[in-house]
Design a protein around this ligand. Structure first.
Ligand code: HEM
Length: 173
């Protein structure tokens, strides 16, 4: 941790790019490697089909935000959520192992600092999380994952969003 100071919970560590095993039948009891086999390990980003997955996820999330008064009152660009949607989609793509376009454009995420201007309590967190988990459920079927891996990705992303939403609370009751 560097300039984030005491933000011990900053949810932007690189663990999102932790590879998951994909594409090998019987992954748990890994078969003998075959000549020419790749290692069957890819990032979550690649496994879900790359940036379009995150674009669609965030599109759905912001469609929900646009109808949610609790969330909408926080957004400074509420007339046009497009720029906010692009930032979030690029951030999530990067977090889960994609290209670093977000950081190239915006610098270090410093999400807690960037959220400091907004009053985020339990109500805001719950609305944010509900909108994101609903969007996730709607988007997962589009991914090219088999049922088992889809379950794993759902679990990892749900845990991440729960942790990250908690970390963004800056106005505890
Ligand atoms: C817990 C409730 C949350 C609320 C109410 C909230 C609200 C907001 C608001 C109002 C903005 C400014 C919109 C804009 O970009 O112009 C924003 C930006 C952003 N939020 Fe959240 N957020 C929450 C949680 C999260 C979480 C959990 C993440 C990540 C997993 C996240 C990621 C981002 C990103 C990447 C930006 C753009 C930052 C930038 O580059 O400027 N937010 N959020």
């Amino acid at each position: 941790m560097t300039a984030d100071g005491p933000e011990g919970q900053e949810p932007t560590r690189d663990a999102g790019s932790t590879p998951i095993p994909v594409g090998a039948p019987g992954r748990r009891n890994a078969p003998e490697p075959q000549p020419g086999d790749d290692d069957h390990v890819v990032t979550v980003f690649a496994a879900v089909g790359g940036q379009p997955f995150f674009d669609h996820l965030v599109e759905r999330f912001y469609a929900h935000v646009a109808t949610d008064d609790v969330l909408l009152r926080l957004y400074p660009e509420k007339v046009d959520l497009g720029p906010a949607a692009e930032r979030l989609a690029l951030f999530l793509g990067q977090y889960w192992g994609g290209p670093t376009t977000y950081s190239d454009r915006r610098g270090h995420p410093r999400l807690r600092m960037r959220h400091a201007p907004f009053t985020i309590g339990a109500e805001e967190r719950d609305h944010w999380l509900a909108a994101m988990l609903e969007a996730l459920e709607a988007t997962l079927p589009e991914s090219p994952l088999d049922d088992e891996l889809r379950g794993q990705v759902r679990g990892q992303m749900t845990a991440y969003f729960e942790m990250a939403a908690d970390a963004m609370v800056n106005a505890p009751d």
